[in-house]
Design a binder for this molecule. Structure first.
Ligand SMILES: Cc1cc2nc3c(=O)[nH]c(=O)nc-3n(C[C@H](O)[C@H](O)[C@H](O)COP(=O)(O)O)c2cc1C
Length: 162
């Protein structure tokens, strides 16, 4: 089985999560981890499971991830299982009532990524997940790499049942 992990990352935290996800599955599966700018359209044909992740920037995925998702052909993910993740700040660390209010409305990157993957006919195998950074530039909160590995294994198990 082939797994493709696609990510964007500004400060390196989402890249670390993408690698933790890929490494968790590598012993069992054929896994490729690619920065979004290195993905060629033909590479989307072949993987059984595609996992896409982005930093949350302004409640949304990065421009590069949005562009990538937009350019996938309609039905381009037919027969492909998909999953989505993001990195984000914990609202416990954000001392702004306005920001809390906005986050409640607009959320984080993983959900819109998952929605777009489904729109392109991908079959979502696990709920979108967020991994926490302690500041804008990181580092990741303790335990997040391990949590990402567990999430990846859950996605793989769900993919195999589905
Ligand atoms: C311009 C900008 C906008 C951001 N917007 C959000 C946001 O809306 N919600 C959030 O939780 N974190 C936000 N963050 C924090 C990012 O999520 C954090 O920088 C990112 O997870 C780090 O991942 P990276 O190291 O892969 O770039 C923002 C950071 C920047 C610099």
């Amino acid at each position: 089985m082939k797994v493709l992990v696609i990510y964007d990352s500004v400060f390196g935290n989402t890249e670390k999560i993408a690698q933790a996800i890929g490494n968790a599955l590598m012993s069992q599966e054929n896994v490729e981890i690619l920065h979004v700018s290195d993905v060629k359209p033909e590479q989307l044909m072949g993987p059984n499971l595609i996992i896409v992740g982005s930093p949350t920037r302004g409640f949304r995925p990065t421009g590069a991830i949005k562009h990538f998702l937009k350019n996938i052909l309609a039905d381009g993910l037919k027969g492909v299982k998909v999953a989505a993740f993001d990195t984000r700040m914990s609202m416990e660390d954000v001392n702004s009532r306005i920001l809390h209010f906005l986050v409640n409305i607009f959320g984080y990157a993983a959900k819109p990524i998952a929605e777009k993957l489904r729109k392109k006919a991908g079959e979502l195998v696990i709920a979108p997940e967020g991994f926490i950074v302690k500041g804008t530039k990181g580092p990741l909160k303790e335990g997040e790499l391990e949590r990402a590995a567990t999430w990846a294994k859950q996605a793989l198990a769900a993919q195999q049942i589905a």
